[in-house]
Design a protein around this ligand. Sequence first.
Ligand code: ATP
Ligand code: MG
Length: 289
Amino acid sequence: MTVLSPEPVQGAPTSELVLSMRGIDKNFGAVQALTAIDLDIYSGEVVALVGDNGAGKSTLIKILAGVHPKDGGTITDGDKSVTINNPAESGALGIATVYQDLALCDNLDVVANLFLGHELGRGTIDEVEMEKRSWELLRQLSARIPSVRIPVASLSGGQRQTVAIARSLIGDPRIVILDEPTAALGVAQTAEVLNLIERLRERGLAVVLISHNMADVQAVADRIVVLRLGRNNGEFKVADVTYEDIIAAITGASDNAVTRRAQARVGSPEAADDAVPPPDVAPPEEARP
Ligand SMILES: Nc1ncnc2c1ncn2[C@@H]1O[C@H](COP(=O)(O)OP(=O)(O)OP(=O)(O)O)[C@@H](O)[C@H]1O
Ligand SMILES: [Mg+2]
């Protein structure tokens, strides 16, 4: 399939290919979860990975996250081929993943969650510096968090998602992968998270967004990669594609018999013939003697 390279978004840093996956295969026993998947990831770009339940989206990003090893295919970083055997190797390649369950520690405050495992200070933890950096980071992301010293349990769903995304930035990644970041959120909170995704792109990060919500995808993504039954099933620039085209690629509507018949009726020469009323139709009232 042809892989589109994105046109740089105005005002954004130039887009460069960061990571390239080619011919990725993965099976779980008898289940062939992924077959010959291609995915390119560019800096300063949001690529949406869409597809129906079981299409293979999570499996593909778990290969990038070092959760599952791939069975076939290659991953290249610039001109060198890389392997990702565990989450630490994924992190070392500059890949950060935010899973749907967020994995926050509810009883700890925002600062502690942001720096969990990356605490600042030698011997003693430098709380003042961590708090300062937390505010800086949240300000850069235009995040609305009332206090960084309250337990994350008391934050709203959108604020918790914001903290999880902000935490992924602490290791200074090149790629941020978000698995269904707006799935559990209301309208205003969704808008806040979409806004945050735009901030990530402005920072020149590559964002891989998994979503079932086409409105979110069309609002924030630059490019859409569709998976269907573990295979690539189309790639579109958001600017060039309609909602119907995306849904058709996700559901495989173009190879569905009902849709084929409907298209044939609209577009084929026989369809034009159909438009002429058959001879046994009664003529209009005024034409009668
Ligand atoms: N650990 C596993 N063991 C066995 N089969 C698995 C495992 N993980 C995924 N699969 C199978 O691989 C296929 C792809 O699943 P995957 O979770 O990647 O889909 P998905 O696109 O993320 O779906 P959803 O939108 O429902 O999250 C499915 O058939 C699933 O049952
Ligand atoms: Mg999934």
